[in-house]
Design a protein around this ligand. Structure first.
Ligand code: ACO
Length: 331
């Protein structure tokens, strides 16, 4: 990418709430089975936020870990970008709430809504400010409490989602550094927006007694149509970014795809021709935490020393919008 500076990942962090729900939680409450959930999705456990716990609280915990990993404190930050579809409030932004909790002010902070592609979009936006010299250090967050937006009677969606937060600190890369962001790719197709949405509670259909009665403020999803889009769009984004940078898939050390369904991850891996042992999978532990699946998986892989400095890493996601995108970097 043409830029004044290179951006690099200086630190990562994650937070998942204490309460863990396994598949049996659902088998006791609805017509489903551990076998169905495991074989159709790959999910075993999901973490659920405690009453009163907000997205900004979870983002704060992930941010503190990322700052520690980058050997920085909050005063070193020049910007905060939060990818989320479950913000604390419609307004003000979770970014501003987080700023307050970090004890800092007088820097830009905002939210960005790109569904499960939120972290990829937020990283891309944050990187622009680092690469053009407007910011030295940007805190990028993916955070979701989708458990508050779920229809707990709907077996088609209730089993799929968990809560969590992931944080990435983007910083200016020193000239000698091997670590750098190589390229990003973003796209969206609004013609299929209705396949995955929260129908009510916004300005088009404000919350009424009727919308609440009909659970229209919860996640509506046409899962099998999204499934096809997921594999195709993530493959297209990976293919485009690799081709543009003249990199063969065999050179990628780690692929971190959005964790929505193990069968989607498996199909993507096969289509790309990457060995399963180079694909990071966390869906069994956390289920689909939307914009935070990618940074949580990234942080897990770094802390378990799977990903090491110098490794070539490809992040890819898709989500509500419908959005999709990828980020290619050398860690
Ligand atoms: N337990 C048992 N049976 C179930 C369950 C369940 N929890 N959920 C659905 N079924 C049933 C259906 O009712 C259907 O029954 P029928 O044949 O009698 O009508 C049957 O299973 C098959 O349903 P499908 O929807 O075709 O099942 P599929 O294999 O597609 O799996 C799933 C459903 C897991 C949702 C899958 O389609 C999927 O993962 N899709 C992608 C979802 C996704 O990626 N979402 C992105 C969200 S990202 C964001 O931005 C928030």
């Amino acid at each position: 990418m043409n830029s004044l500076y290179d951006a690099m990942i200086a630190g990562t962090g994650k937070y998942v709430p204490k309460e863990i729900r396994d598949n049996h939680y659902f088998t006791e409450r609805m017509d489903t089975s551990d076998e169905w959930i495991t074989t159709r999705t790959g999910m075993k456990y999901r973490h659920i936020a405690a009453p009163g716990e907000a997205s900004s609280d979870m983002a704060l915990e992930a941010a503190k870990k990322a700052l520690d990993a980058a050997r920085m404190n909050a005063n070193d930050l020049d910007m905060v970008v939060v990818g989320t579809i479950s913000p604390d409030h419609m307004f003000p932004s979770t970014g501003c709430m987080l700023l307050k909790k970090l004890g800092i002010k007088d820097i830009p902070a905002f939210d960005l809504s790109a569904g499960c592609t939120g972290l990829i979009y937020a990283l891309t936006v944050g990187a622009q400010f680092v690469m053009n010299g407007k910011a030295k250090n940007v805190l990028v967050i993916g955070v979701e409490i989708l458990s508050r937006l779920i229809n707990w009677q709907d077996r088609g969606t209730a089993i799929l989602f968990g809560d969590g937060a992931g944080a990435v600190i983007l910083s200016i890369a020193k000239n000698v550094s091997i670590s750098k962001l190589i390229d990003t790719d973003l796209t969206a197709d609004g013609t299929h927006a209705e396949l995955l949405m929260q129908k009510a509670g916004g300005s088009k259909y404000p919350a009424t007694e009727e919308t609440v009665r009909n659970s229209e403020h919860t996640v509506y999803m046409e899962g099998n149509k999204i499934f096809k889009f997921a594999v195709r769009s993530m493959y297209d984004s990976c293919h485009k970014i690799l081709k543009r940078n003249n990199i063969d898939i065999s050179k990628i050390d780690w692929l971190i795809p959005h964790q929505a369904n193990y069968r989607i991850i498996e199909s993507l891996g096969k289509k790309l021709g990457i060995h399963t042992n180079r694909v990071i999978v966390t869906i069994d532990k956390y289920a689909n935490t939307s914009s935070s699946t990618v940074p949580i998986a990234l942080d897990d892989a770094i802390r378990s020393k799977k990903i090491r400095r110098g490794d070539l890493v490809l992040l890819v996601a898709f989500g509500a919008g419908l959005t999709s995108g990828s980020v290619l970097f050398r860690y």
